[in-house]
Ligand binder design. Structure first.
Ligand SMILES: NC(=O)c1ccc[n+]([C@@H]2O[C@H](COP(=O)([O-])OP(=O)(O)OC[C@H]3O[C@@H](n4cnc5c(N)ncnc54)[C@H](OP(=O)(O)O)[C@@H]3O)[C@@H](O)[C@H]2O)c1
Length: 309
């Protein structure tokens, strides 16, 4: 029952985005002129701040923004929260009666989302778009390339109309595994050693980088990775070099005392290995180290305002 003072029941939107963070705001500020769009923030306070306007790439953007429990229905829902918040965002998406729910998060989140969104299509794409938060403002760093699974054609079309390079990939499962390989190798080591991505290419860190690639490769290969071992090594080194000056998001999370995406990244690989009956001791050790670091630096945290991975 509606109480006096409650907002009017929201209507149905073609598109909603859950996650008003760096990447979410980068995407929605560009998508808003293309398609009626509801941005879903975590709290009423955050929604009020955003409704007043947010600086995205030097432009003031005023989203149509909602927060639980007053969220509208939506045909398509894009999930752009960090890994630990995936199930909460998925449960929220399920209340919006969507035709499809798409994750563009790092790591593997599709299974977790499907477990809480039993109806409708659920899928995970990948993106090399980039953005970071600098205080209240969002700084986009790259439009990148976004690949979506078959079935999400309307979302691909809106992204393309908004100027992003976006398309449906028939090989999305293999593309996701290639991205996971990069994330399991670069992100935890950057966080543990507190170094930029490029520094991983030099000794002594390079030994561990190669060890993580070599250990992950057979598991990912059996799961459908399209790269042979030589190409996998080259691919990870090429990404580390190309993003050499960047501080990986896992490092930024550790420095800020936030939970990291270690479970949806390394944890996802370890779950895959366990299902294959394989143990990955180096990745286990890396997960343990990152878990220990999580939260430990909160007292000395200082948001670095670095670049995304
Ligand atoms: N940033 C990049 O360049 C980049 C590039 C490629 C992939 N990605 C991936 O994209 C995902 C998002 O990254 P990001 O950098 O945009 O993270 P972010 O800046 O931390 O933004 C995440 C946002 O989600 C919000 N949120 C969390 N739980 C929520 C919930 N239940 N309901 C509504 N909103 C919720 C957070 O709200 P609060 O602020 O209230 O916590 C935050 O604003 C991650 O998986 C990341 O790995 C990021």
């Amino acid at each position: 029952m509606t109480e006096p003072g409650d907002p009017a029941p929201p209507h149905r939107f073609p598109l909603a985005v859950i996650g008003a963070g760096a990447l979410g705001l980068h995407f929605v500020s560009r998508l808003a002129p293309v398609v009626p769009l509801a941005l879903i923030a975590r709290s009423a306070n955050r929604a009020a701040d955003l409704a007043a306007g947010v600086d995205v790439g030097g432009h003031l953007y005023q989203p149509t923004v909602f927060s639980p429990p007053f969220v509208p229905e939506a045909d398509w829902v894009l999930i752009l929260v960090k890994g630990p918040d995936t199930k909460a965002a998925g449960r929220l998406a399920a209340t919006m009666a969507p035709r499809g729910v798409l994750s563009l998060q790092n790591g593997l989140t599709e299974t977790a989302l499907r477990s809480v969104c039993p109806a409708g299509r659920v899928g995970q794409g990948i993106t090399t778009a980039g953005a970071y938060r600098d205080g209240a403002r969002v700084v986009p760093t790259a439009d990148g390339t976004t690949l979506l699974p078959p079935g999400f054609e309307p979302m691909a079309a809106w992204l393309a109309e908004a100027g992003f390079e976006a398309r449906i990939s028939p090989n999305i499962a293999a593309e996701r595994l290639a991205k996971l390989l990069v994330n399991v190798a670069i992100n935890p080591l950057a966080a543990i050693f507190c170094i930029t991505n490029g520094a991983l290419l030099a000794p002594p860190h390079r030994v561990l980088l190669d060890a993580l690639v070599d250990e992950a490769w057979p598991v990912l290969r059996r799961a459908g990775l399209a790269l042979d071992l030589g190409a996998a090594r080259e691919w990870v080194a090429e990404v580390a070099a190309r993003t050499g000056a960047n501080r990986a998001s896992m490092l930024q999370d550790i420095l800020a005392g936030r939970a990291t995406e270690i479970e949806t990244i390394t944890g996802a690989l370890l779950a895959m290995a366990a299902a294959q009956g394989v143990v990955l001791p180096t990745h286990e050790a890396v997960r343990t180290l990152v878990r220990r670091l999580e939260g430990a630096s909160a007292a000395t945290s200082q948001a670095p305002g670095g670049l995304p991975d």
